[in-house]
Write a protein that binds this ligand. Structure first.
Ligand SMILES: C[S@@+](CC[C@H](N)C(=O)[O-])C[C@H]1O[C@@H](n2cnc3c(N)ncnc32)[C@H](O)[C@@H]1O
Length: 348
């Protein structure tokens, strides 16, 4: 809503039952199956929401609102349009209560964030060209632990392809993860936590570790602490190859964490031509084969992905090669003496 001065009027929710009272009122016992750990302290949920930046007049998607603590903080921060996606129907009545307290601001979707089409959830007029400033759209969530890693990998792929939430531009994300996952996402080259996830996130975004929430702040208390991480997609990704190709190179590089990087990277190639092609790739990329995977920089990964793409363009069969598949076939031949893999049943 615009005030007479043209500024967006500030909004505060009217007095409501506390989150603890909402939980009691609707008998919302946390279920382990949906990784439910609630935040009841509104100072803490306000602090998470502040990491997203200025939300006055913003469009926001909240993942897994549950009893609505973070939801209240997002509304109080001035979001104009908040879409919440919640899988557990038990939370819907409590969220409807909030919706009545913030007329026209809260949209409730009962659904699974892993399949929800966020590109259809907001009007296309909010889109911004990729190279420009991010759109006024944020994703915020105290994610369920069992969903957070598959979800961020899925969103990183959407980011690379500019689809899903990134059909609107460089949508920013403020999300919670198990502390160990948060550390992997933000780990720099040569650090102990450096992993596949670090490279995949950092070639596409600026990833910022905001703060840690001790496990005891949640109800029920999880066994681990939680890290809040903020992501801003880069206008120019640090690697310009297709996501699947980058993912394959990075996955192979980290195949043997403690060994020289060439040990994993050579598995990108069929056994018969492995030494020759692996050497060509590392030479073209100008990467020292005796570096450990954790010591490879984003620049190294860019050069490796470019060199691998070059080799695949000379021999298109390479792109489909997976060493695990070659191993599987060899095992079958050893066991059955037949080169044909058993066909899976076709039903009927
Ligand atoms: C860790 S709790 C956080 C609840 C609330 N946001 C808070 O901070 O107190 C995770 C929430 O995500 C919901 N959830 C779990 N899996 C989901 C999924 N696939 N899609 C949408 N919501 C999901 C759970 O039901 C739960 O409400």
């Amino acid at each position: 809503m615009m005030a007479a001065s043209g500024k967006i009027a500030s909004f505060r929710l009217p007095p409501l039952p506390t989150i603890g009272e909402v939980i009691k009122l609707y008998k919302l016992r946390a279920t382990k199956q949906l990784s439910q750990n609630f935040l009841l302290d509104l100072r803490l949920t306000d602090k998470i929401v502040r990491q997203a930046g200025n939300l006055k007049g913003a469009h926001v998607c909240e993942v897994g609102p549950g009893p609505g603590g973070l939801t209240r903080s997002i509304l109080n921060a001035g979001a104009a349009d908040l879409l919440v996606v919640e899988k557990d129907t038990r939370f819907i009545p409590g969220l409807q209560l909030l919706s009545e307290a913030a007329p026209g601001k809260l949209r409730i979707v009962h659904g699974d964030i892993l399949t929800y089409r966020m590109d259809r959830g907001f009007p296309s007029v909010i889109s911004k060209p990729w190279e420009e400033d991010p759109p006024n759209l944020h994703i915020i969530g105290n994610l369920p632990f069992n969903v957070s890693t598959p979800l961020i990998i899925k969103w990183l792929e959407h980011m690379a392809n500019r689809t899903g939430p990134f059909a609107f531009g460089r949508t920013r994300l403020t999300l919670t993860f198990q502390k160990e996952v948060a550390e992997r996402l933000t780990a720099s080259t040569a650090s102990r936590q450096r992993s596949r996830l670090s490279v995949m996130a950092q070639y596409l975004c600026t990833v910022h570790s905001c703060f840690t929430i001790p496990g005891r702040a949640f109800v029920p208390k999880p066994e681990v602490d939680v890290g809040v991480v903020h992501f801003t997609p880069l206008a120019q990704p640090q690697i310009q190859q297709p996501f699947k190709l980058v993912e394959k190179v990075v996955r192979n590089a980290f195949q043997f964490r403690r060994k020289y990087c060439y040990r994993g990277l050579e598995l990108l190639f069929p056994e018969a031509r492995r030494p020759e092609l692996a050497e060509a790739m590392l030479r073209q990329a100008d990467v020292d084969p005796t570096l450990r995977p954790t010591e490879l920089t984003l620049g190294h990964f860019r050069a490796l992905a470019d060199a691998y793409a070059g080799l695949c363009s000379l021999d298109p069969g390479l792109a489909a090669y997976e060493f695990r598949e070659e191993l599987r076939l060899k095992r079958i031949i050893r066991k059955t003496g037949s080169p044909a893999p058993p066909c899976p049943p076709t039903g009927g």
